[in-house]
Structures are given as C-alpha cells and as structure tokens.
Design a protein around this ligand. Structure first.
Ligand SMILES: CCCCC/C=C\C/C=C\C/C=C\C/C=C\CCCC(=O)SCCNC(=O)CCNC(=O)[C@H](O)C(C)(C)COP(=O)(O)OP(=O)(O)OC[C@H]1O[C@@H](n2cnc3c(N)ncnc32)[C@H](O)[C@@H]1OP(=O)(O)O
Length: 184
C-alpha cells in the first residue's frame, strides 16, 4: 500500500484486542444505520455491504459491483470503490465500541473492477493512539484470496456521540444506536 505519513501509525500506536463486549467471532455485523449508503438495508441506492467479523477485531465483507456503480462502461467507479473501503474500515474501527469518523482516506486502484464482480473486502486496525486510529483495507476480486483490486489506508478520528447530535439527527442516533459506548 502506498500511504502518506498521515495514515501511518506513529511509534507507540497500539493495535487493540477485541472489545470484551464486542461481537463474538463469526458474527454478522448487520447495518449500523438503515439509511447508510454503505450498509443500509433501507437505502435503495446504497452498496448493501454484508459484513462479518471473523475475530471481533477485523471485518470481512462482500460487495457486488452493480450497473449503478459504473464510472466507465461496465467498470466500477473509483469513488464507489472508495466508499466501499470507507464503509468496511468504519465497521472495523467501530468494533472497538467508540464512535469514529473518517478524517483521511487514501486509495490505491490496482486492477479495473468489472460490473458483476464480487469484491471480497477485509479491514483491520494498524494502531490507535489518542483519538487517532490507523486502519487499512483491501478488496480482492472473486474470492478472499483473489487478486487485489483496491487497497486503502485511513485515519479515523474518535468523536463523541455529540458529534452526530450536533451535526446530524439526534433522534435517529437514539433509535439506531443503543449498543455502543456513548462519549458525549
Ligand atoms: C444513526 C447514527 C449513526 C451515528 C454513528 C455513530 C456511531 C457509529 C456506529 C457504528 C458505525 C459502524 C460502521 C460505520 C461505517 C462507516 C463509516 C463511514 C465513516 C464516514 O464516512 S464519516 C463521514 C466523513 N467524515 C466526516 O464527516 C468528518 C468531518 N470532519 C470532522 O468532523 C472533523 O474534522 C474531525 C472530527 C475529523 C476532527 O475535528 P476535531 O475538531 O474533533 O479535532 P482536531 O481537528 O483537533 O483533530 C484531532 C487530531 O486529528 C488530526 N486530524 C483531524 N483530521 C485530520 C485529517 N483529515 N488528516 C490528518 N489529521 C487529521 C488533527 O491534526 C489532530 O491531531 P493532533 O491531536 O495530533 O493535533
């Protein structure tokens, strides 16, 4: 992965263990918010990522590139692929039971991805220090050990739930998120 210093964990960053109250290995993660573009089942124009955590600390997901995801004829749009990487990385950091937002997302596009392809996505944490979490993801074509088409590195910033209340929709948060540590 080509990455900038901004997404490279500094010395002293620690890779957290699975949270003791997190989902057990093998759990399907479902959607954190029904209208989410990445994973929401109530979002007709979304990516509908389906994710599982194999170990409580990383995420695996599948994303099938559809007709609506084209950038050039019958090939996936790079921004859509970046959104899929953002989503799977976001799912992985939320396993640590604190709210984070994407601060920076870097993407390497390695292979073209034709419409109809199922990308096998995997995301993991390379370290956390203070409010900064350093994460990485890859998308492989057709199988978990298929050729790598996309790689991403990200910096996520921990925020309090007040971030979503202040900038978003407080009532939706209250309805959808009863399961996360709340740090207003
Ligand atoms: C139903 C409701 C849903 C609510 C969700 C709640 C919980 C979620 C639960 C489950 C979710 C599961 C899965 C999630 C799936 C997908 C997730 C997708 C994620 C997204 O799609 S999310 C949308 C896009 N995202 C934004 O909308 C962020 C907009 N942005 C801001 O809101 C601020 O910008 C913020 C908060 C980032 C920082 O602001 P701030 O004032 O709090 O902090 P500050 O600026 O002081 O930065 C502190 C330190 O981070 C460094 N830093 C900050 N930003 C940096 C950058 N870009 N590059 C390099 N370094 C950066 C500084 O340099 C400083 O470093 P230092 O400490 O060393 O000085």
């Amino acid at each position: 992965m080509t990455r900038s210093p901004l997404t490279t964990p500094p010395p002293g960053a620690v890779v957290p263990a699975a949270h003791p109250e997190g989902p057990p290995p093998g759990t399907a993660l479902g959607s954190h918010y029904g209208r989410c573009f990445g994973c929401g089942t109530d979002q007709p124009t979304g990516l509908h990522l389906k994710a599982v955590t194999p170990d409580g600390a990383t995420v695996e997901a599948e994303f099938t590139v559809g007709e609506a995801h084209q950038g050039s004829p019958m090939l996936a749009h790079g921004g859509v692929l970046a959104a899929a990487m953002d989503e799977v990385i976001g799912m992985s950091v939320y396993l640590f039971r604190k709210p984070y937002v994407t601060g920076r997302l870097e993407t390497d596009y390695v292979l073209p991805v034709p419409v109809g392809t199922t990308l096998h996505l995997r995301a993991w944490c390379n370290g956390i220090t203070g409010r900064q979490a350093y994460l990485e993801a890859e998308g492989r074509i057709g199988a978990p050990d298929g050729p790598v088409a996309v790689r991403a590195a990200a910096l996520f910033i921990e925020v309090g739930m007040g971030h979503f209340a202040k900038h978003g929709d407080l009532s939706a948060i209250a309805t959808e998120l009863q399961d996360y540590e709340v740090n207003p």
